[in-house]
Write a protein that binds this ligand. Structure first.
Ligand code: ADP
Ligand code: MG
Ligand code: MG
Ligand code: MG
Length: 716
């Protein structure tokens, strides 16, 4: 989340008129940033994770779990804690491209959209030293402990993607506010559910106003044995007359067999796990952006953790599309529902969606991979080209800049600060694609070009969050060291993103993926090159002439040598993609070596100590197990928990008691951990295995305690 600026925000009627000015000024700021930083070299790769929490309050007396709207109080308590501050600088400290190894830097906490949410990041970015990698899990545990210590009685930082009963008719928030406020106009949630900082209600209200009606989320309900069919969401009120938008449901907004939701909070109130990498220079950043992009949907399926919405089991496993719809500000014209009259173009995707551009100046990037439906603002692109930017990057930003800025502060329209970034960030930070290319911030000359990987769902335990973070970091190393080529056409990634939503897609569905990831010079073979290669990413645009934004293929393989694009990729299971050939009987279609074998090969090529290797293997085992089905996704585990609960009536409804038991179970391990917070290396080991009793998720080998999930109790 960007900085929270104060000022006088414009309502949509005024913001609309200022949109063009903000875009033009944003492009000028981008050009300044790009010019200053295009030749910048960073010595080292840095990376950082973001963990988002729900603050949940457990009422043991009433056996109820409620979302606690205590974000401000928790952040206040954290900022006033003298003990915490004593431990040293919270702001990352750099010198000459190196992160200075100060004394332990404590994690930082940030506000988020939901007034029941909290975000925590490491106090300073990690290096890719193995020493740092092995600190991540402990740091994540520490963050949770610190957060917990600054919460009120009975409150817990919970890493579920969504609160199962957000938007139900009962008092699911504390303190309680009745629904239907002027900003969201939701019939299910009050405006007080959002962070009260003026940015957030304005954002929500302007999305709604721009769109011309409330946002609309319809998630297919899970059809259980006793679910009434056809299903009509029983929580929808068709008789409200507080706001014009109350007509939405009378006009068919709520769809049959779906759970219907109507506000930004149902999407932006979800928690995720994001990883940001700093590349050594702009070109390496562009390569990473492209190569990590096809992995977005695969990691979304592997981290699936969202089987419940508004008190119902749903038939999908992940959050992504719900957020996409929760901030979809497209008008009927832009959606193609009515002919274009006032708007400039039809737009195929929400501003929260899988990404639509490749940006690397890479001879392997074939024009056929690009999105044929890409919409760009030609005038702004021309300005970027005139300012010296290459076609490929100009196209990327000219695509992001087709959107309107949603929150504009009157004070910002007086004068352009060409050395600032507020107007640029206004558009950049409200384009929520699954990859984000982050230019250096103008106010910190030490930070380089960064790439953010944004599709993963938050996991219930810190072990899992550390495992996925470290897996992506190792993959980024493998991609650069082996010069991997994971390109597939962008529309195939868009399709994959949809597939990832299906229930148990991780096991039951197939995803488009590239068959042979090795550089063309290497004979296509299932075994990777023996030594990591060091891909020279220092090409400049003058060395690599571009035609229509496309790197001249003369510098790479001749197009006549190349197979048809469609022969380069095929449908694969997640297991084939992660574990490689022979990973499952019957999976013999592809020659893809598997991402985990590639990571292991990479680790073997380095001088990694046995201890380090064993630690890392714990994480790889989790990923491998998810992919081959021996370990469950959070989504499968939660769905199983609900369906096995004695109170569940097999009608899809997730009651207050089931929710309470679920959350109580999930936080049981946190309470234990808090007692151990002073000790290092508590050695939490989580397994969620089919071979074992599926009820048992957490085993603590070097402590006598273990947590049993399913009986809702903590055994010692
Ligand atoms: P946003 O919410 O805009 O994505 P945050 O500041 O919340 O950004 O989180 C960014 C992450 O990037 C944090 O984990 C932080 O540690 C990390 N980070 C900060 N500086 C760098 C850097 N120079 N290189 C890589 N990662 C960084
Ligand atoms: Mg966040
Ligand atoms: Mg953040
Ligand atoms: Mg982020």
């Amino acid at each position: 989340m960007g900085l929270l600026q104060l000022g006088t925000p414009l309502g949509w009627d005024k913001a609309k008129d200022a949109a063009g000015q903000v875009r033009e000024w944003g492009i000028e700021q981008l050009l300044t940033i790009w010019r200053k930083n295009k030749d910048k070299e960073r010595a080292m790769l840095l990376w950082g994770d973001e963990i988002e929490y729900l603050v949940v309050e457990l009422d043991q007396e009433q056996q109820k779990a409620r979302l606690s709207l205590s974000q401000a109080e928790v952040l206040q308590a954290l900022s006033e804690d003298k003990e915490l501050q004593k431990h040293g600088p919270i702001v990352p400290d750099y010198q000459g491209g190196e992160v200075v190894k100060n004394q332990a830097t404590l994690p930082t906490f940030h506000p988020e959209f939901g007034r029941f949410m909290l975000e925590a990041t490491p106090g300073k970015p990690w290096s890719i030293d193995f020493k740092d990698l092995l600190e991540v899990e402990e740091d994540m545990k520490l963050r949770r402990v610190i957060a917990k210590q600054h919460m009120g009685k009975g409150q817990y930082p919970v890493t579920l993607t969504t609160f199962p009963r957000l938007g139900t008719k009962d008092d699911f928030i504390t303190p309680y506010y009745p629904p239907s406020g002027p900003a969201l106009r939701s019939q299910f949630v009050p405006d007080e559910i959002a962070n009260p900082h003026i940015r957030f209600p304005t954002l929500a209200a302007n999305i709604r106003s721009r769109r011309g009606r409330k946002v609309e989320l319809n998630v297919p309900v899970f059809h259980d044995d006793k679910t009434q069919w056809p299903f009509h969401d029983p929580t929808v009120n068709y008789h409200m007359h507080n706001w014009p938008e109350d007509d939405d449901v009378r006009n068919g907004a709520a769809k049959e067999n779906c759970v219907y939701m109507d506000a930004m909070a149902f999407g932006m109130g979800s928690c995720c796990l994001q990883i940001t990498f700093q590349a050594k220079n702009i070109n390496e950043g562009r390569v990473l952006y492209d190569q990590l992009s096809p992995l977005g949907p695969i990691l979304l399926a592997l981290t699936a953790a969202t089987p419940i919405y508004k008190g119902f089991l749903v038939d999908t496993d992940v959050r992504w599309n719900q957020i996409s719809r929760a901030v979809d500000d497209r008008t009927r014209e832009e959606l193609g529902e009515v002919p274009l009259k006032n708007d400039r173009w039809q737009i195929p995707k929400s501003r929260y969606a899988s990404n639509s551009t490749y940006i690397a100046q890479d001879s392997r990037l074939r024009p056929e991979y690009l999105d044929p439906n890409l919409v760009i603002d030609q005038k702004l692109k021309q300005r970027l080209l005139d300012g010296g930017m290459d076609d490929m990057l100009a196209t990327h930003f000219a695509h992001l800049f087709i959107r309107d800025p949603l929150v504009i502060f009157a004070e910002d329209l007086k004068e352009l600060d060409v050395n600032g970034s507020n107007h640029f960030e206004n558009l950049q930070s409200t384009n929520w694609q699954h990859m984000r290319f982050k230019p250096p911030p103008p106010d910190n000359p030490n930070i380089g070009w960064r790439v953010e990987f944004r599709s993963m769902e938050i996991q219930m335990t810190d072990f899992e969050n550390a495992a996925f973070s470290i897996f992506i970091v190792l993959l980024s190393r493998v991609i650069l060291s082996f010069d991997l080529n994971l390109y597939i056409p962008i529309p195939r990634t868009t399709e994959n993103m949809e597939v990832a939503h299906r229930r148990e897609a991780v096991l039951n569905d197939k995803f488009w993926f590239r068959k042979n990831p090795f550089p063309r010079k290497t004979t296509p073979s299932p075994s990777p090159p023996l030594q990591p290669q060091h891909h020279d990413t220092n090409q400049t645009s003058s060395e690599k002439p571009t035609v229509n934004g496309f790197a001249n293929s003369a510098s790479g393989a001749h197009s006549s040598d190349l197979p048809p694009v469609d022969d380069e990729y095929c449908l694969m299971t997640v297991n084939e993609i992660i574990n490689g050939p022979g990973s499952m009987a019957g999976d013999k279609g592809s020659q893809f070596p598997g991402l985990i074998p590639l990571v292991r090969h990479y680790l073997s090529s380095l001088n990694v100590s046995v201890t380090t290797r064993c630690q890392l293997e714990r994480y790889l085992d989790l990923i491998a197990g998810r992919a081959n089905g021996s370990l469950w996704t959070n989504s499968k585990w939660i769905r199983h928990f609900v369906r096995e609960h004695p109170e569940y009536k097999h009608d899809s409804a997730v009651s207050e008691k089931v929710t309470y038991d679920l959350i109580n179970t999930v936080v049981a391990d946190i309470e234990q951990r808090e007692d151990w917070s002073s000790k290092n290396g508590a050695g939490w080991e989580i397994s969620r295995s089919l071979d074992q009793e599926p009820d048992c998720i957490a085993i603590v080998p070097d402590h006598p305690q273990y947590v049993v999930i399913g009986t809702y109790s903590l055994s010692a």
